[in-house]
Design a protein around this ligand. Structure first.
Ligand SMILES: *Cc1c(COP(=O)(O)O)cnc(C)c1O
Length: 435
């Protein structure tokens, strides 16, 4: 069924202006709609699972601000918590009761960390975790996996080339080669590669870092055995295992991917959901490891706006809801029913597309492969189909992230009616994208 393109007059005008102010017209690159059709939509407001843009178009949102909005937009509990803090001041640069409250809520419901430090973004959380791992082990090298995103700090903006073990090659200009050399990048789900790294760099590796579930380059769900293998090999070699749970923390469950896989990582990082929509990140570990952080220890890390009271208030309100029994079970059931409905449609119409899902995360892959667990298994040419689907969905009032490598999220604010409307739109869009 053909539908008309949405009007983007206001958004296009705003984007033209923005291009004078910001590189590429945006303050974070993927927002620029470079890998989908059209210009970015400028958002005016959101409520529950819905978004409205500058042209008055309404959408059901599955990007959810890239993950943080597990309770949807404009949640009344979060809004009231923020509003009641506003009258008391925005920032003090001194401790507040609110930081204790959020920490208590997290630590008493998360068996994987004893102590936590709040920062203001996921990037900062991971960057600090890497420094802590290096300070703790007194080793310099870190191992990361191709396709895992850990924010934009120097050590982690390194991608892999091909081959068994690839030395760091900067994927961003401006990262000194000497920094990149300390980052070893290997493919996910490849045991031999990791064994080789530990042989080649014996006693030099501070940490292996992995996303709880890699979800920044498609959704690359690893086998449980592989995650346990990671835990074992790092322990054997005196290296730390860092679980970057910036997406999976408070998404797969209150205890994130660590609990999903039943392992104890050495350092965990959080972001996105933890601030209820405000800028918050955090890292946590055992008493012993966290004892190395300043002012107790010698690993320095600080922040003028860390533990910001308004952000803490939003985090407390959000996480209090997530900690209630049954929250995650319900969200997961909703997501699975949604995905199963689409899978049946895909089978019936013999479309070449898979939907991968875990918790309330889902990802469309335009491929015949039943499993994708490594970045190099994604065919870049398949993104053309995503591009078409993305356009068709926008035209039908459904907002997905503007890149086929990005996952979608279902929030607790998505109603049965929202999901029903979305299923119809996705089915129509898939038929067009796959034709
Ligand atoms: C988003 C993300 C980050 C970076 O968080 P920012 O808040 O964007 O700095 C780090 N790690 C993972 C796994 C992420 O998804």
């Amino acid at each position: 069924m053909q539908v008309q393109d949405i009007s983007r007059e206001q958004s296009a005008q705003l984007f033209d202006k923005a291009k004078n102010y910001f590189p590429g017209g945006v303050n974070s690159p993927v927002r620029a709609f470079k890998s989908v059709y059209g210009t970015p939509l400028f958002i005016e407001r959101g409520d529950k699972a819905h978004l409205w843009d500058a042209d008055g178009n309404e959408f059901i949102d599955y990007c959810c601000s890239w993950g943080p909005l597990i309770l949807g937009h404009n949640n009344p509990h979060i809004r009231e918590a923020v509003e009641s803090q506003l009258g008391k001041g925005l920032s003090f640069g001194a401790p507040t009761r609110l930081e204790n409250e959020l920490a208590e809520l997290i630590l008493s419901n998360n068996r994987y960390i004893d102590k936590i430090r709040f920062v203001s973004s996921g990037t900062e959380a991971v960057m600090s975790a890497i420094r802590l791992a290096r300070g703790y082990t007194q080793r310099d090298k870190i191992v990361k996996f191709e396709g895992c995103y850990h924010g934009h700090s120097d050590s982690l903006l390194v991608k892999a080339g091909s081959g068994l073990v690839t030395f760091g090659e900067t994927s961003s200009a401006g990262v000194p080669k000497t920094f990149a050399d300390e980052t070893i990048v290997i493919a996910l789900h490849d045991r031999e590669a990791l064994q080789q790294v530990f042989k080649d760099f014996k006693d030099q590796i501070a940490a292996v870092i992995i996303e709880g579930v890699p979800a920044n380059n498609g959704l690359l769900i690893q086998d449980r055995e592989y995650i346990h293998f990671l835990r074992d090999i790092t322990k054997t070699n005196g290296s730390l295992l860092i679980f970057d749970e910036v997406i999976t923390g408070f998404r797969l469950g209150f205890e994130g991917a660590a609990h999903h896989y039943g392992i104890q990582p050495d350092i965990l990082t959080y972001g996105k959901i933890i601030g209820g929509g405000m800028p918050v990140g955090a890292y946590g570990a055992s008493q012993e490891i966290m004892g190395h952080i300043s002012p107790d220890g010698v690993v320095y890390q600080a922040g003028t706006l860390s533990g910001n009271p308004v952000a803490m208030a939003a985090g407390i309100a959000a996480l209090s809801i997530l900690a209630q029994p049954g929250f995650y079970e319900k969200l997961e059931q909703t997501t699975l029913a949604f995905v199963e409905n689409l899978r049946a449609f895909i089978d019936k119409n013999q479309l070449e597309v898979q939907i991968f899902t875990i918790g309330s995360i889902f990802w469309f892959a335009f491929t015949a492969q039943q499993k994708i667990q490594r970045a190099d298994q994604i065919d870049p040419a398949s993104m053309e189909r995503y591009k078409i689907m993305h356009r068709e969905l926008l035209n039908r009032g459904i907002y997905f992230g503007p890149s086929g490598y990005e996952v979608g999220f279902i929030s607790a604010a998505h109603t049965a009616e929202d999901l029903e409307t979305t299923l119809i739109a996705i089915k129509e869009s898939l038929l067009i994208a796959c034709s």
